[in-house]
Design a binder for this molecule. Sequence first.
Ligand code: RP5
Length: 180
Amino acid sequence: PAPANPETTDAVTDVSVAPAATPLVGVVMGSDSDWNVMSDAVQVLRDFGVACEVDVVSAHRTPQKMIDYGASARERGLKVIIAGAGGAAHLPGMLAAVTTLPVVGVPVPLSRLDGLDSLLSIVQMPAGVPVATVSIGGAKNAGLIAIKVLATADDSLRIKLDEYALELAAQVEQKSRDLR
Ligand code: RP5
């Protein structure tokens, strides 16, 4: 069974999604088994206070749901879609084919081939149908890309991103001091 709502499933109790606000980012994955990777995207969105929706949408097992999801995403108010899948990972590309929203693809590593199959399936899109592909398992960066897209029209998010960058730099400096 798919974790359509992360607040209601045991596997995802460590991440909650603000239910009240209109979701700006759709986080979808090909299987509930992708959640361990994709929860990183939801976590960073939550950390920045960005409302998102989470669903399992399979290009192969629920193709009509996938098309409906992509085709309705903009009118439902989403600004960015983050799509993760593993193996023959067609979900991000197929969503990109049916929406004008930016799609960020997350290659999910499976036990065989270590995610290289997922990466190549997602990154090798034909010209005209782009998917912004992050690294294998890079769901956190997918969330940050979505936040950066939203920040182009939201100064409060831009300020949070500036603070985030400062914090990253401070962490590096602290680790450097610890080494010395
Ligand atoms: C892909 O197949 C999913 O994105 C998942 O990464 C992979 C395996 O799915 P399960 O067999 O675990 O449901 O479509």
